[in-house]
Design a protein around this ligand. Structure first.
Ligand code: NAP
Ligand code: MG
Length: 475
């Protein structure tokens, strides 16, 4: 194995303020309450900034600002709205390096991923939906589809800026205004985005950012003047939100958890499959809702594939997220690390065999080595529950029918991967897998033109593509 000299990306490009207020009506304002929170760098536990905690009254101010702005924004011709959204997309591109470093610092993800995956997709999402803003009457939702009003949006910490883009870009394109709450542990890129809205001269109140924890999210979701709730996060909180809006006129989309099967047949190109498995579960430390966390491998090639996978995993580098050589960054929080540890211990206790490459762990920060469990049974917790970390559970199968049955044996249904040389087998599998996205001989591929969303407990509604407009239009 090659030795790599450290190649750290400089953090001088980011200018983190010691403290942030709330972004309401195009201005930075102090919260009405005393609440303050800190966001840390999970790779070093260093405090990055102090952030306001929005209370009920602050959320109300933000919703009122969005309501007022809705009059202006929804009346604007789509071609004019498009100009603002294009401008936002271009500013994101211009500031991509800064935003990538900020994301990596606040979230713990490798700079290589923030720079090469998150940021290009964020800009692409705004470009894509800018293109729809003046074509809504041709989108297949009637001759004159109307916006819904004020969208209350709550997002998780795993792809902070990308989830913001998935929420804000279609909402604005359709003529809605927005109040968005980022996750407690990763508010900084959303706050940088607020600055970008100002830079783009977006009319005040069209985008409002309220920081805080679950309570702030709950206040936003139940606010009576919110017309649309868009949530990405855990199935547990998704259920609470579904209950809280039940019986109201609010339109809801929920993008929740997953436990995706990555299915490898004996005729697959195994080296390619190994790369796909690694990308499927070790990308972003496995903090991916559609992660291929269950590997289903055909028994005849299981040994060969696992040997190759272990060899490959021994080459992954874990450490400083800002180092351009790093493959595996930090776990986002102490709480998430505790959850990953708990489930991994349960895997061992239930009799699965645990393996990790030798991998030095830094002294400070939150880390978990890439981990593979073999001998996993369907009944094990690590086969059923979302771990949301760099942990792969391996199961085997003999026939395609058995693969389908095992893959679908989960309350979730967000994504799946199928590795085979045979097109007919691929299509046979795809038509039987209960998953919103099925990747063929690849995994974790995203594109703004392609709809994304789940079946069953993975939620409802689609984001991305033409389908993604529907969530923000009265149709
Ligand atoms: P989470 O605990 O559900 O939190 C998601 C967001 O909801 C955060 O902003 C959180 O605030 C907020 N929140 C917490 N309690 C709330 C409440 N009662 N009412 C309203 N909002 C509330 O999920 P997470 O642990 O951050 O994220 C991981 C989960 O997200 C995983 O299950 C993953 O699969 C899922 N996910 C799904 C998709 C998808 O597209 N389907 C994409 C990414 C992630 P705080 O962070 O401040 O507590
Ligand atoms: Mg943080």
């Amino acid at each position: 194995m090659f030795e790599y000299a450290p190649a750290p990306e400089s953090r001088d490009i980011v200018d983190i303020k010691p403290s942030y207020g709330l972004f309401i009506n195009g201005e930075w304002v102090e919260p009405l309450g005393e609440g303050r929170d800190k966001t840390i760098n999970p790779a070093s536990e260093e405090v990055l900034a102090e952030v306001a905690v929005a209370g009920e009254a602050d959320v109300d101010r933000a919703v009122q600002a969005a309501r007022k702005a809705f009059t202006v924004w929804s009346a604007m011709p789509g071609s004019e709205r498009a100009k603002y959204i294009f401008r936002i997309a271009r500013i994101i591109q211009e500031r991509a390096r800064e935003l990538a470093v900020l994301e990596s610092l606040d979230n713990g993800k490798p700079i290589r991923e923030a720079r090469d995956v998150d940021l290009p997709l964020v800009a692409a999402h705004f470009f894509y939906y800018a293109g729809w803003a003046d074509k809504l009457s041709h989108a297949g939702f009637g001759p004159s589809p109307q916006p819904l009003g004020v969208a209350g949006q709550v997002i998780p910490w795993n792809f902070p800026l990308l989830m913001l883009a998935w929420k804000i870009a279609p909402a604005l394109a359709c003529g809605n205004t927005v109040v968005l709450k980022p996750a407690e542990t990763t508010p900084l890129t959303a706050l940088a985005f607020a600055e970008i809205c100002r830079q783009a001269d977006l009319p005040p109140g069209v985008v409002n950012i309220v920081t805080g924890a679950g309570e702030t999210g709950a206040a936003l979701v139940r606010h009576p003047d919110v017309d649309k709730v868009a949530f990405t996060g855990s199935t547990e909180v998704g259920r609470m939100i579904a209950r809280s809006v039940a019986g109201s006129r609010k339109k809801v989309t929920l993008e929740l958890g997953g436990k995706a099967a990555n299915i490898v047949f004996e005729d697959a190109a195994l080296d390619q499959a190994v790369e796909g498995i690694v990308n499927g579960i070790f990308f972003n430390q496995g903090h991916v809702c559609c992660a291929g966390s269950r590997l289903l491998v055909q028994e005849s090639v299981a040994e060969e594939l696992l040997d190759a996978l272990k060899r490959r995993l021994s080459t992954l580098r874990l450490g400083d997220p800002l180092d351009k050589n790093t493959d595996i960054g930090a776990i986002n929080s102490a709480a998430q690390l505790a959850k990953i540890r708990e489930l991994s211990e349960a895997g061992e206790a239930e009799g699965a065999e645990r393996w990790s490459p030798t991998c030095p762990i830094p002294d400070k920060g939150f880390w978990f080595p890439p981990t593979v469990f073999t001998g996993v049974a369907q009944s094990h917790r690590i086969a059923r529950e979302e771990i949301f970390g760099p942990v792969l559970s391996v199961l085997t199968f003999r026939t395609p029918a058995e693969a389908v049955e095992k893959a679908n044996n989960t309350p979730y249904g967000l994504s799946a991967g199928v590795w085979t040389e045979k097109g007919s087998l691929m299509l046979w599998m795809a038509s039987r897998l209960r998953a919103g996205v099925v990747w063929s001989n690849t995994f974790n591929k995203f594109d703004p033109t392609s709809p994304f969303g789940g079946y069953k407990e993975s939620g409802y509604g689609r984001e991305g593509g033409r389908h993604g407009l529907e969530a923000y239009l009265a149709v």
